[in-house]
Design a protein around this ligand. Structure first.
Ligand code: NAI
Ligand code: CS2
Length: 485
């Protein structure tokens, strides 16, 4: 348990009056990222600007963290790490915490219907939105959505729960709130609006109209590398803190949060604590999703296959480093609508962050949920190159690496556990196809990911097939060396 009194000198403690905080934000997804990103920014505001914006944290699918958090007065630590510096802060802006399965979804809906609640935010991973990755539309066949359509008052999905609260607030005459996604999706505000409004449309078209008129869904670009905590990381953290903190996280010092300034019922002055409030987030998120997340995924699949456990290990291989930088500058940068940004300097700063050895960011972690990530990280860029007749070697190599990875067996013949909401479908396609061209064709015809166009594009199929064959023949390390060398 976190013991504030034993923490090392220099730890930043929440010395502000926590009882003055009000629950004005309900956040879904109390994962590593939220704890080290939005909550820290909001904590800075409370500490430095006497802000009274506090959180109710909600978990939908696992409760251990919520239990641990409640056991330590809703406090937890965030430690920023570089090779030679550690900085710990204890975050105090959480007022209450709920685990829907144990506390009951009714408690979550009641929390959302507190009159002071002005913002609902989320870091629930791409799959939490129950959308079709290729189109950004609600997946009406998703089991949780099928459930919520049948039981609108006992919903289980994020869109279903938020919708139930919107319905109730409207009936009670309470002001509407804004719903802000902080997940790595393109136009995450649009996706969030789509899934909630489309669910409403199925249940009660008048409610869908109300949402269109009265709610806003600000988009955000979020950036801070926050690896999942491992047992070893927790042990090391306990040694540094002088006590255990089961809710603690570690992250890099870098922090970026660009927010579309479009809130219906007020917002914290996040710009006073390091965020940027802008009219249009799209150029920022496109740049970040394609250059950072796109290169992360390339390193994740090809790095994992090569036996590199962490992103920083990939950076020790000069060919991998060069491949990541070349993907950013030669294949992603030209596709961007971003203006007035020095993309070379941006790429160099990303490489410098990837080299931070104090951050143990596993390639396996980044490789999870590939079906939800590929469209925004690679596939829109591939479409751009196909339309412009330009080269997309590394993007095609990345897709080939993903196919090799979801094949489920590594280069040493050991099984790879595939973590992906479409894993059953992936496994079926793998099992029903022969290794080689047939496997490539089976996976590229997954239209929920590759859309209606790419599966039928012969240049795309040929290029991916070519690099897949090289990966089988030479292995990932040698393929990257040959392609980039
Ligand atoms: P995490 O694994 O620590 O947390 C995932 C959270 O999502 C948990 O709270 C979990 O309960 C929730 N969740 C998972 N599936 C869900 C579902 N179907 N419905 C509702 N909630 C669900 O992961 P972490 O690191 O917090 O990342 C979460 C997301 O934050 C990422 O997927 C990404 O979109 C975004 N992000 C993460 C960054 C990082 O470096 N970790 C940086 C930038 C963005
Ligand atoms: C990573 C991101 O897990 C992943 O897929 O690419 O979480 C990445 O660490 C963040 O977006 C950095 O801001």
């Amino acid at each position: 348990m976190l013991l504030v009194d034993v923490l090392p000198e220099g730890t930043l403690l929440p010395r502000y009056d926590r009882s003055a905080l009000r629950t004005r934000i309900v956040h879904f997804g109390f994962g590593a990222f939220h704890r080290a990103h939005q909550a820290v920014c909001t904590d800075r505001l409370a500490a430095e600007q006497q802000s009274d914006w506090g959180y109710c944290e909600c978990q939908l699918n696992s409760g251990d963290l919520i239990k641990a958090l409640r056991g330590q007065d809703c406090l937890y630590s965030v430690t920023e790490k570089t090779a030679d510096e550690l900085r710990t802060r204890v975050v105090g802006v959480v007022k209450e915490a709920l685990f829907a399965r144990e506390d009951g979804v009714e408690r979550v809906i009641t929390a959302l219907c507190q009159p002071d609640v002005a913002i609902v935010s989320a870091t629930i991973t791409e799959k939490g939105y129950c959308y079709q990755p290729a189109s950004g539309e609600l997946n009406l066949t998703h089991p949780s959505i099928v459930h919520d359509l049948a039981h609108p008052e006992q919903p289980v999905s994020f869109p279903g729960i938020v919708l139930a609260a919107i319905r109730r607030r409207r009936a009670l005459g309470l002001p509407p709130f804004s719903v802000m996604s902080c997940d790595n999706m393109p136009e995450n505000g649009r996706v969030t609006r789509n899934v909630i409004t489309q669910l409403a449309q199925q249940q009660e078209p008048a409610l869908a109209d109300y949402i269109r008129k009265h709610l806003t869904f600000p988009s955000t670009m979020v950036d801070r590398i926050v690896p999942a905590m491992t047992p070893e990381a927790f042990d090391e953290l306990s040694r540094k803190l002088g006590c255990a903190d089961p809710v603690g996280v570690e992250c890099e010092p870098f922090f970026q949060w660009v927010i579309e300034d479009n809130f219906v019922n007020g917002r914290p002055a996040w710009e006073k604590a390091g965020a940027e409030l802008v009219a249009d987030v799209l150029p920022f998120e496109e740049m970040k999703l394609r250059m950072l997340n796109g290169s992360h995924s390339l390193l994740a699949y090809l790095g994992y296959l090569a036996g590199y456990e962490h992103i920083s290990d990939c950076m020790d291989d000069p060919y991998y480093l060069k491949a990541a930088r070349s993907l950013m500058l030669d294949e992603q940068a030209p596709t961007l609508s971003t203006k007035n940004v020095d993309l070379t300097a941006y790429a160099d700063s990303l490489i410098a962050r990837y080299r931070n050895r104090a951050i143990k960011h596993r390639t396996y972690q980044i490789a999870t949920d590939g079906t939800q990530k590929l469209p925004q990280r690679w596939l829109d860029s591939i479409r751009w190159h196909l339309a412009n007749g330009s080269d997309f070697t590394l993007l095609a190599l990345g897709v080939a690496g993903w196919i090799r990875f979801v094949g489920g067996v590594d280069e040493q013949g050991k099984p790879i556990v595939i973590n992906d909401p479409l894993r059953a479908e992936l496994a079926q396609r793998v099992n029903d196809s022969q290794e080689g061209d047939e496997r490539v064709a089976a996976l590229l015809s997954l239209r929920a990911v590759f859309g209606e166009d790419l599966p039928d594009n012969s240049l795309f199929r040929e290029k991916v097939g070519h690099y897949y064959a090289l990966l089988l023949k030479l292995g990932a390390k040698e393929t990257v060396r040959q392609v980039i060398g």
